[in-house]
Write a protein that binds this ligand. Structure first.
Ligand SMILES: Cc1cc2nc3c(=O)[nH]c(=O)nc-3n(C[C@H](O)[C@H](O)[C@H](O)COP(=O)(O)OP(=O)(O)OC[C@H]3O[C@@H](n4cnc5c(N)ncnc54)[C@H](O)[C@@H]3O)c2cc1C
Length: 433
């Protein structure tokens, strides 16, 4: 099923948190205090029972540990690698209050979920068929989680995916030093097989298939279409010059194909969120000589995680804080970014213009929203391009649910998985009257 190039550029990256063997996992598992009112559970959007799965590792019950993780989060293998554990589960560990390092929950979770996927362990049986059919739109984490629970509850599911890859942004956008695309696809295939879902690739719902047909042919619908393409700075002079491109699009190229790194000498990344920081780190790991970030706020107020930015700085990244681009210069191809500095109120400072030389510019100021597509959803509110739902993913229209980035505006894989799970249980209840 995979159409990934064997020579894709992401294969040049090594894991920044190497996998653990049994001795390291056992030693770490024995450090856990197995807190009764564990904050690591409440900090996890998927509410993984962290102390209990770690206790099972400590007693060498690896299958039991994997079963527990995957019961709460079927994307537990991805999340063990890509979750910002420093601000979620591990960030709430009580051990630092005692002057000890937090438990490395992600690495322990990876230890058992890798084992489960590599050995093909599937826990529990699928319930007998209910005869109900649910359409799921998109093949990213929200849909995969939703399909998994619905399938295990005995429902028939059909996933419509406009592209040819499973996993959505989990496959095409995650920094390759955290997880490679083939690993995301391996997990997605495991979930599709275990849920019995049928996948129809190359179907863009709303374009190739009207939403109304889903209404007619299915008992319920889950919408997990994510966000749209990169927003670009199209209003700035020179924005059409060659060499200026969207960051998510470029990361997708690194992840799926072999890219030509020639001409990547002086690069500029515009933005201060996690996509900007990830790409900065990726360019540095690809040995690009000059990597500069341009951001309109200062470091303390960037949205990207500080620990990730600090890793980029260690690799040689430089930043122009409180700076904004006002145009791009060059003849045919970009040669530099024309910038001005901003004062504390983010107002341009007169006479502060300067040029950052660049032969490639990556715009990382956020993804657009799929407003035009979501406006077509029959009788469903999607103001500002985000579908309105209650805490179960219910849109207010009988049988229609949504979750993931197209609802939350762009969070993490673990949020998309949790929202897909909540919607699956709500759909099950709805179909059972
Ligand atoms: C650069 C970048 C780095 C990230 N890094 C991390 C990270 O380190 N850790 C983390 O937890 N999260 C990270 N995220 C966020 C995470 O990837 C997303 O939150 C998550 O993938 C959202 O899942 P989703 O199912 O909502 O949507 P998506 O993953 O976006 O999947 C949506 C799917 O729907 C398909 N689709 C869209 N429209 C249609 C249509 N009309 N018909 C059929 N199919 C359609 C798309 O092709 C896509 O496959 C990152 C995101 C980006 C952009």
């Amino acid at each position: 099923m995979s159409i990934l190039s064997e020579r894709r550029t992401e294969t040049r990256f090594t894991d920044y948190k190497a996998a653990w063997g049994i001795d390291q996992a056992m030693a770490e598992a024995h450090r856990c205090l197995y807190c009764f009112d564990a904050p690591c559970i409440s900090q996890c959007p998927s509410a993984v029972n962290v102390p209990e799965f770690i206790r099972r590792i400590a007693t060498e019950n690896h299958q039991g540990a994997a079963d527990l993780v995957l019961a709460d989060n079927p994307l537990g293998m991805s999340c063990s690698r890509v979750c910002p554990v420093e601000v979620l589960c591990a960030g709430s560990c009580v051990l630092p209050d005692l002057g000890l390092p937090a438990i490395q929950i992600g690495r322990l979770q990876r230890f058992v979920t890798d084992m489960a996927l590599d050995n093909g362990w599937v826990f529990g049986e699928r319930a007998p068929s209910t005869g109900k059919r649910i359409a799921l739109v998109g093949a990213g984490p929200s849909v995969l989680a939703c399909a998994w629970y619905l399938g295990r509850l005995g429902h028939e599911t059909v996933i419509f995916e406009k592209d040819r890859l499973l996993g959505g942004l989990n496959t095409t956008a995650i920094a390759p030093y955290k997880m490679k695309a083939d690993r995301s696809i391996q997990e997605a295939e495991y979930l599709v097989a275990g849920s019995g879902a049928e996948v129809r690739f190359g179907v863009e719902v709303g374009v190739d298939l009207p939403w109304a047909e889903l209404d007619r042919d299915f008992d319920a619908v889950f919408v997990g279409v994510g966000l749209g393409p990169d927003r670009l700075m199209k209003r700035l002079p020179g924005s059409d010059l060659a060499g200026i491109e969207g960051a998510v699009d470029f990361i997708g190229q690194i992840k799926t194909r072999e890219i030509d790194l020639r001409g990547l000498e002086r690069t500029v990344v515009i933005g201060g969120g996690n996509t900007a920081v990830d790409l900065t780190r990726e360019l540095i790991e690809l040995s690009v000589p000059v990597v500069s970030l341009i951001y309109r706020r200062d470091q303390a107020n960037m949205k990207g995680y500080q620990h990730e930015w600090e890793a980029a700085v260690k690799g040689g990244a430089k930043a122009h804080w409180r700076t904004t681009p006002v145009g791009f210069i060059g003849t045919g191809r970009v040669e530099g970014v024309q910038c001005v500095r901003l004062d504390e109120d983010l107002v341009p400072i007169d006479g502060s213009d300067f040029v950052v030389p660049a032969d490639r510019v990556f715009v990382a100021i956020g993804q657009s929203r799929l407003g035009d597509l979501l406006e077509q959803l029959p009788g469903i509110e999607a103001p500002g391009g985000l579908v309105q739902v209650d805490e179960h993913g219910f849109t207010g229209r009988a049988g229609w649910y949504a979750g993931g980035d197209c609802v939350n505006g762009g969070k993490e894989v673990v949020n998309a998985a949790a929202e897909g799970k909540a919607a699956a249980h709500a759909i099950h209840q709805h179909l059972n009257g």
